[in-house]
Design a protein around this ligand. Structure first.
Ligand SMILES: [Zn+2]
Length: 383
């Protein structure tokens, strides 16, 4: 569907609201203008992939010669081009310590422009390490995480954005490789004082790789400081989606669910499951613009986020990959749900994000809730 954002005043008021982003991919939030300049500065050229999404070979000159062409390439994500090929534009610019630092600072700059004060940026160290066959990195998994943490520290110093990373396991990894990634994440787990990693995530192509393939890797975090979130019920039909939700919650002990597009159907069909999510304080990381753009959902109303909030689920609204499509900012996501459900709903999801942030202290949550109240008032969302 094509999304309209014609109420400019409303969009701008939403953009003023301080927000915490709990589901945001680092490689999906670096502005393409920044990436284009980075490649140019390094004297590196960018090329279209060898093949289209449908497998056809790309004919003629494949060099991307301008920012406009690069943006056009991006906008062909999942229409013309494989998602991994588009993401490689940022991933291939994150292959050395220096690049990781540069891109961490770039992400923080973008986030501060969106009034995002806290972000659980997630990334897959595998793609930035010596193991990624398409990349050039010489770094170990530990070195990638260490360099990233340093980069975010500098990003916070320059732009005031508190980043607490989450480490993704990409679904195409073998069980043993998945365990290597989790082991590296455990080496840097956040202890409430020092900088560190707050959780792990399972990301990538859901239909071929259900969560049970990763239960052993996930089980190594049980009893650690790391939280667990899983992209579940995003790319599959209801039957498989519900199965993946169950496996994630009970097998992999998820503390967060990314997407859960059929979760609303369980309010009536399995109230016990919803009750368990409430009792265990499991957050839903919804990403309305993302699932609309990728076409997994036809209409934001089909997510029934209002019913999920009413039933007590901790619904949070996130941008997922703001740089990967037009109108991807956090404010655009809030716009979509705000136009459907109103100001009170916007306030609720913003507070839910603060309250279910894994790297904010209780005092920090109080402070940011108070700051949010002030901003909701000054921007006319509450009296
Ligand atoms: Zn995601």
């Amino acid at each position: 569907m094509s999304l309209q954002f014609d109420d400019i005043d409303y969009l701008e008021r939403l953009r003023q609201l301080p927000n915490a982003q709990l589901h945001l991919h680092w490689d999906g939030c670096i502005p393409f203008e920044f990436l284009w300049d980075h490649y140019k500065d390094q004297g590196r050229k960018l090329y279209l992939p060898e093949r289209h999404l449908n497998g056809e070979a790309v004919k003629g000159d494949r060099e991307i010669k301008s920012l406009a062409e690069l943006v056009q390439f991006r906008d062909g994500l999942l229409k013309q081009w494989n998602i991994g090929d588009v993401f490689d534009v940022s991933v291939m610019a994150m292959q050395t310590r220096e690049e990781l630092k540069t891109m961490a600072i770039a992400a923080c700059e973008y986030l501060s422009s969106q009034n995002t004060f806290y972000a659980e940026l997630r990334f897959a160290p595998w793609l930035h390490s010596q193991y990624y066959e398409r990349g050039t990195s010489k770094l170990s998994l530990n070195e990638v995480i260490e360099a990233s943490l340093k980069g975010f520290e500098e990003g916070e110093r320059q732009f005031g954005v508190n980043v607490k990373p989450t480490i993704c396991i990409t679904r195409d990894l073998s069980p043993d490789d998945a365990k290597k990634v989790v082991e590296a994440a455990l080496n840097f787990q956040y202890d409430g004082k020092r900088r560190g990693v707050v959780g792990i995530d399972l990301a990538g192509y859901e239909p071929s790789f259900p969560p049970e393939l990763f239960s052993e890797a996930f089980s190594t975090t049980f009893g650690s400081n790391l939280k667990r979130t899983i992209h579940a019920d995003e790319m599959v039909d209801k039957k498989q989606g519900v199965k993946n939700l169950y496996t994630s919650l009970f097998g992999l002990r998820a503390d967060g669910i990314g997407h859960g597009i059929h979760l609303h159907e369980l309010i009536d069909e399995n109230p016990d499951l919803i009750q368990i999510m409430k009792i265990l304080d499991i957050r839903l990381e919804s990403n309305p613009i993302s699932v609309l753009t990728t076409g997994f959902v036809k209409d934001a109303a089909d997510l029934h986020l209002d019913k999920l909030v009413e039933s007590g689920v901790k619904v949070t609204v996130n941008a997922d990959d703001p740089a990967m499509w037009p109108n991807g900012d956090p404010a655009h996501s809030l716009y979509v749900v705000g136009k459907l459900y109103g100001d009170k709903f916007v306030e609720t999801v913003l507070r839910n994000s603060i309250d279910s942030a894994w790297g904010l202290s209780e005092q920090g949550k109080l402070y940011h809730n108070e700051l949010l109240t002030i901003n909701l008032k000054s921007n006319g969302f509450i009296q």
